[in-house]
Design a protein around this ligand. Sequence first.
Ligand code: HEC
Length: 110
Amino acid sequence: MSGLRTVLGGSGLLAVALGSVTGCEQGGLSPSAAQGRQVYLAHCATCHGPDPAQPGPLGPPIKGSSRTLLEAKVLRQTYPPGYTPKRPTQVMPPLPALAGDIPALADYLK
Ligand code: HEC
């Protein structure tokens, strides 16, 4: 590791460099929301579009979705009790592997 540190000028500089890259890309999002954005772009944007506030090619806008709604829909392909879905269809597949990313997704979408 000492060779790498020399090249990068120490871990402090590396941290600063990474910080400025993400800061620029994420437009001032909190770390959790920024992570949620990455998850959204990787797993949801195909159907919901790049902007969660707009309808996507397949899915409805999901900006403002609560954590409870995300858990139900993304993990279990259901809706919270009493919730009226935006669409009557069941096109979206459940993505239970994303259980650990739900809090970040909720932070990004709120
Ligand atoms: C294969 C396409 C597809 C993918 C991938 C997908 N969705 Fe969906 N999503 C849909 C469709 C279509 C609907 C409308 C209901 C249905 O048919 O399942 C929907 C509905 C939803 C709803 C319910 C909206 C409402 O208020 O009724 C939420 C929340 C949601 N998606 C979140 C996500 C999140 C978060 C991801 C990524 C982790 C994601 N979806 C990935 C297609 C998709």
